[in-house]
Ligand binder design. Structure first.
Ligand code: ADP
Ligand code: MG
Ligand code: MG
Length: 760
């Protein structure tokens, strides 16, 4: 949760009337900040995670669990140190739900470049200069790491007594003198030791503030969100007034400590002209009614004891009318922003060393979005029903879909531009790669504002970036604060951020904010689902951080046509995709020949079979990019998540070029090439093993675990319904897990035992 301007929000009609003004100034601000910051460089890698937590309250007498709408009170205390200007170990922000808080580390984590990366940066820079001056010579300089300073280079854990490796290195020609590197005495990977600890500390900070019977949980959706009596204090819906006008989700469950959230919920509904419609396929079980059609009047979340007859009749009429309009068989139906934005998630932001690197990371991480989503799946229950998908993504996309009927169907005449059909919600996967050298992979129809595009290109913004921004700027602002209308476009970027921060896509390209120029070019990775334990959340963050290092260090090319990423996004959300589905993935990972050769000399003989395997997948081009149409079309194959993460099984000596080495073997290959102290490397191995076993299907996803818990529960009648008692027992178990009363292994065993007992 970044931008939180304070002030009085305009009404929707006023917001709409200023939409063009905000966009025009937003574009000017982007042009200004681009031209001011385009040469900005940042030496140190920085990154930080965001975790959203849910506050729940157990009612042990009636065996119920509810969300506890206490975020305002908790945030007052959690934000105190920051407001007093203290150095904080964590920062706290509100989120959409009145029962949610978002925690980040107090400072982004830092990582100094490894010697290898420094070499590569220098080599890349030199190569670039060489190409610029068109010298024609493409020399493959050699890499050696001078190991004199044992503090800096310590190969002991990838060197089990075989000294030949180091000797080999000394024989090479290009020397990086570690003694002259400006690295700190701590390992560049020391962040590995603090991420999980910081996550635990954040959780503890909230735990310390809770009332009896309250708990702070890292879970994606609250299982019975929007059912009768799901929040504390108890609240009821008002389908004829207020922000959401939902049949199920009361406005009291929206965070009211800042006007942004209610205003966005309201304006999305007003812009669209009616409530959002969220459909999710039901998990079909043996006693699920066929077709599955819910009775909305029964589900209406009203106060039956205190509502007057007239109002009750009116609300029931609305429920019936809605049922007629949105009648979609075999789907769970939801109708408010809270069902999506009220879920918790995990995001990671990286600072790149310059704008080109930020574009490169943005592009290279894009194909990993669906993969990481499937690997982290954690959302099998919505509104008290088991759904047939495992992820929250499509729910959030539909929950903030503000498109008008004309925009959805086409023939849209908006903002003086005719866009035709707008195919996606403003919360969805990205449509464009943004590095100039990657645009050949952009093969899906992208709607963008041509006038802004021209304006940006005419102001020296590269066309691929201009197109991305012009694509974001087809949307209206959703909230405008009166006090923030007039800003100096050369000093502030509020209007740019306004549109940018309400385009919620899988990746976000974040320029330095005007006014905070100490911050560099950043990229946010946004598709992951929140995990049940800090260890799993840390593992995902560390895995993705290491992948960014791998991509940049080895100049890996993971790109596939954008249409294939899009296909993967749909598959990723399906039930058990991690186990059963195949994903498009790049067949040949470009890998500069010179670096490959250098790394070869550092490997021990026993590693050779895997290196040989890896070599099959590396193209030997020095630039790494083959732009021919045929190559782009044929660049990918369909692999399982296990094959993508752990590698395909290629026999030794097998020359099968469709074999893929696996991201974890590649990471190990990279990690073996840099110095890491033994303790850190051990820890890294544990996290990587976790990811590896999740991909192999040995460690279940949270979605698999939760679904199995429900199906194995005595109160489950094989009818797709998750009762309040099941939700209570589930969250009790998850709370025990998250307060270290039971381990994940014990939880898995309990769930398996119950499941097997019931299904004997
Ligand atoms: P959002 O825009 O997603 O709301 P924020 O800007 O509030 O995100 O911060 C998201 C994450 O980015 C946090 O974990 C924070 O530590 C991290 N972060 C902050 N500054 C930087 C930076 N310069 N480089 C990389 N990450 C940063
Ligand atoms: Mg957030
Ligand atoms: Mg974020």
């Amino acid at each position: 949760m970044g931008l939180l301007s304070i002030g009085e929000p305009l009404s929707w009609p006023e917001t709409k009337s200023y939409a063009e003004y905000i966009r025009e100034h937003g574009i000017k601000q982007f042009i200004n900040l681009y031209n001011l910051c385009k040469t900005k460089t940042s030496e140190v890698l920085k990154f930080g995670d965001e975790i959203e937590y849910m506050i729940v309250k157990f009612d042990h007498q009636s065996k119920k669990v509810r969300v506890s709408n206490r975020a305002i009170e908790l945030l007052k205390i959690l934000q105190e140190p920051e407001e007093n200007g203290q150095d904080c170990v964590s920062l706290w922000r509100p989120e959409f739900g009145a029962y949610m808080v978002e925690g980040t580390p107090g400072q982004p984590y830092s990582m100094n470049p490894t010697p290898l990366e420094q070499y590569l940066m220098t080599a890349n820079h030199q190569q670039q200069q060489q190409q610029d001056s068109d010298s024609g010579s493409n020399s493959t300089s050699e890499l050696i790491i001078n190991n004199d300073n044992d503090d800096n280079i310590n190969n002991e854990n990838n060197n089990d007594g075989d000294d030949d490796d180091d000797k080999n290195i000394q024989d090479d020609a290009f020397i990086i003198d570690n003694n002259n590197l400006k690295t700190s005495s701590s390992s560049p990977f020391s962040f590995v030791n603090v991420i999980e600890a910081n996550m635990r500390l954040r959780r503890k900070q909230v735990q310390d503030l809770l009332d009896d019977n309250e708990a702070v949980l890292s879970i994606s959706p609250f299982p019975t969100l929007g059912t009768l009596d799901f929040c504390e204090p108890r609240s009821f819906v008002h389908p004829t007034f207020g922000f959401s006008r939902s049949l199920f989700f009361p406005d009291e469950a929206i965070f009211t400590g800042h006007p942004r959230f209610c205003t966005i919920a309201n304006n999305i509904r007003e812009r669209r002209g009616r409530n959002v419609d969220i459909y999710l396929p039901i998990f079909r079980d043996q006693n699920t009614s066929s077709p599955f059609i819910e009775n909305f009047v029964d589900a209406l979340n009203i106060d039956h004891n205190n509502i007057d007859d007239e109002q009750k009749r009116k609300y029931e009429e609305i429920a019936n009318e809605r049922q007629r309009i949105v009648n979609k068989e075999d789907h769970i139906y939801m109708d408010a922003m809270g069902f999506g934005m009220g879920c918790c998630c995990l995001q990671v932001t990286f600072q790149a060393s310059n704008i080109d690197e930020a574009c490169c990371l943005y592009d290279q991480l894009a194909p990993l979005c669906p993969i990481m989503m499937a690997l982290s799946a954690a959302s099998p229950i919505f509104r008290g029903f088991l759904s047939d998908i495992d992820c929250r993504w499509s729910v959030i996309a539909q929950s903030v879909d503000d498109r008008t009927e004309a925009e959805i169907t086409g023939h849209c005449q908006e903002n003086g531009q005719s866009y035709g059909r707008i195919p996606k919600s403003r919360y969805d996967s990205i449509d464009l790669y943004i590095s100039p050298q990657h645009v050949h992979y952009n093969d899906i129809n992208v709607v963008y504002n041509e006038r802004y595009y021209e304006q940006m290109v005419n102001n020296h913004i590269p066309s691929s970036i201009a197109k991305h921004i012009a694509h974001l700027f087809i949307r209206d602002p959703l909230v405008i604060f009166k006090e923030k209308m007039d800003v100096d476009d050369t000093k502030e970027s509020d209007h740019f951020e306004n549109i940018q921060s309400t385009n919620w896509q899988t990746m976000r390209f974040k320029p330095p904010p005007l006014g905070q120029l100490e911050i560099g070019w950043r990229v946010e990775f946004r598709p992951m689902e929140l995990q049940l334990t800090d260890t799993e959340n840390a593992a995902l963050v560390i895995f993705i951080v290491l992948l960014t290092r791998l991509i940049l260090s080895f100049n890996l090319n993971l790109l596939i046509p954008m249409s294939k990423v899009e296909e993967n996004m749909k598959v990723a959300q399906e039930r058990d995709a991690v186990k059963n589905k195949r994903f498009w993935f790049r067949r040949n990972i470009s890998f500069p020949q010179n670096i490959r050769e250098h790394l070869r000399v550092r490997r021990k003989p026993q590693c050779w079979s895997s290196i040989k395997q890896l070599s099959n997948c590396f193209t030997s081009t020095s630039s790494g990019y083959d732009r021919s149409k045929k190559n782009i079309e044929n660049c990918c194959v369909q692999l399982t998540i296990d094959e993508i993460i752990n590698g395909t099984h290629v026999n030794d000596g097998d020359d099968d070029s469709s074999g893929f080495p696996g991201l974890i073997p590649l990471l190990n290959f990279y990690l073996d090439s840099v110095e890491i102290d033994a303790e850190t490397r051990c820890k890294l191995n544990l996290y990587l093993r976790l990811i590896s076993s999740r991909a192999k299907g040995e460690l279940p996803t949270a979605a698999q675990l939760i679904r199995r818990f429900v199906i194995g529960h005595n109160d489950y009648h094989n009818d797709s319904r998750v009762s309040s008692r099941i939700a209570y027992d589930l969250l009790q178990q998850l709370n025990q897990l998250q307060t270290d009363q039971i381990t994940l292994e014990q939880l898995i065993k309990n769930i398996d035992d119950n499941f097997n007992k019931k299904n004997q």
